[in-house]
Ligand binder design. Structure first.
Ligand SMILES: [Fe+2]
Length: 210
């Protein structure tokens, strides 16, 4: 059984499942600039390919995954460090947040079978801000972000053993953002299918709960 800090229990975002979908949070011209940056940064992308999760029970560790990963650039950083954006996120969580300092990344699920298994984010990353930049060639549930809001107290192996129970699959359209207590709510990206291309911007913030 996982212990959840009291301040998190009281957070409105936690009480509504630990995630929320923001449809018009970012202006279209900013999204377009972020899409362009993600395309440029793909030249720097590294392939991550881990076929078996490690034995981590709670958060972080090394979940099984396969995708391309690239560092963000100036456009993404301007969002990451934007005070108004941080205030908007903090108003959802009702907790002070701070950048983890390591900057953001872009993830590219662009080859058949690219995925990220059920996990919780690393200790520094309490609040994940995931913005969909490209979502093409959709087939069935491939590439969906799947969250498990009712299973926050279970260990990762427990959730992985029964991955359909409590799963809430989300399909983000380009420009849409999910704010997620990623260090608390188990989540995954379902494998993309042939011809699918899903690109996301990922920002991580620390939530100050003490
Ligand atoms: Fe994550």
């Amino acid at each position: 059984m996982m212990t959840i800090p009291k301040k998190l229990l009281l957070s409105p975002l936690f009480q509504q499942g630990g995630y929320t979908l923001l449809r018009n949070w970012l202006p279209p011209d900013f999204v377009a600039a972020l899409v362009a940056e993600a395309r440029e940064q793909k030249a720097l992308a590294r392939s991550v390919n881990i076929s078996k999760s490690d034995s981590e029970l709670v958060r972080g560790g090394s979940p099984a995954r396969k995708f391309l990963n690239a560092p963000g650039g100036e456009v993404q950083r301007s969002l990451y460090e934007n005070r108004t954006a941080m205030q908007a996120i903090a108003s959802l969580t009702q907790l002070p947040i701070a950048p983890t300092g390591s900057g953001g990344t872009f993830s590219y699920y662009c080859r058949p079978g690219d995925y990220l298994t059920i996990h919780r984010d690393i200790v520094a990353c309490d609040v994940a801000v995931i913005t969909c930049l490209e979502e093409e060639g959709i087939a069935s549930s491939g590439g969906k972000l799947c969250v498990y809001p009712t299973r926050v107290r279970e260990s990762l192996p427990q959730v992985r053993r029964n991955p359909t129970q409590g799963a809430v699959p989300l399909r983000l359209a380009p420009g849409e953002t999910v704010v997620l207590f990623g260090g608390l709510v188990p989540h995954c990206t379902l494998p993309v299918t042939v011809g699918q291309n899903r690109v996301v911007s990922l920002l991580c913030y620390r939530a100050i709960v003490e």
